[in-house]
Design a protein around this ligand. Sequence first.
Ligand code: NAI
Length: 333
Amino acid sequence: NIYHDKDADISLVQNKTVSFIGYGNQGRAQALNLRDSGVKNIIIGNQQDDYAEQARKDGFENVVTITEAVAQGDILMLLIPDEDQQTVWNEQIRSCIKPNTTLVVASGYNVAFNLLDIPEDMDVVMVAPRMIGAGVRDRYVKKIPYPCFVSVEKDSSGQALKTCLSIASAIGATRGNGAVESSCREEAGIDLFAEQAIWPEIMVIMREAYNVLHEAGFSDEAILFDMYMSKEPAEIFERAATEGIVKQLKYHSRTSQYGQLSTMNKNDGKQIREKFQNILQKNILSGNFAQKWSNQKWAAEELPKEWKVVEEAPIVQAELRVQKLMKDFIKSE
Ligand code: NAI
């Protein structure tokens, strides 16, 4: 299902008190958009940091603690990093929520994996722009549509869809092609799958391709430029987005087309499909990953360890050498 401006009644959100929890990438963009869409009662709940300062500079008069913002809000826009939401929810949000409020999330993660203890009478909706905050703001101002997922996750009032669409339209997400109906499970599942299956596999391919070519005696400059430093893959993905992942092949030489198609058609993908199914079912949709990652102490220790491993990789060392060698070219690009 796709929802357009005509499906939304913007006056619903205009008549509510909207409390932002977080004024970062998404928080700032969405608060400014709501204000310009005629929402008068906006409260910014933020810890005392540069983001709170920014909110004051942007002319918001009601910049208070998260707890105070939650206590007044009819609609709570939860826009702090996903990995901090559970702790902040338990310590600063849960006990201050008014009756019959709506929680709005911009990503599915915490709702999909049941990391938030949601009150019985609360509505829960997702309004998830597929766009960085600066893009959400910029496109709103220029009246350009942008992609967005919406969903109703919990409808205690019977009005959750109306509230969801009202907010989506007030941030400019129902313009043009409209907002796409999805779900927290789908949004978080696909996002985590891209992060844990697709992109790591692509990076392993690059790493091993470099190792094989380097061992064959080819130069680092030639290998890395041919693989990605020339930005050719960026162009390929650009065309894949507009014309299709396979159809973009028509821009390649006949030799390249034959090489790619004949190799791809011989590969039945069974091995990788099994691996991907395991990651999706056992690690992601089971909630195992979310459970582990929401342990902040564990997460804070693990990420630097992984960075340390990769810093030693031959491809990373080669990049440093080539970047130094070719810095004028890289800068001019
Ligand atoms: P961000 O990293 O810009 O968040 C910064 C904000 O969170 C600031 O207001 C800061 O004061 C607050 N904050 C950070 N740590 C905190 C803590 N421990 N306790 C209390 N407040 C804390 O966040 P971003 O990127 O705007 O993400 C917000 C939500 O939007 C997330 O659910 C994210 O998945 C979603 N989202 C983000 C997109 C993006 O472009 N970054 C795109 C679409 C959705």
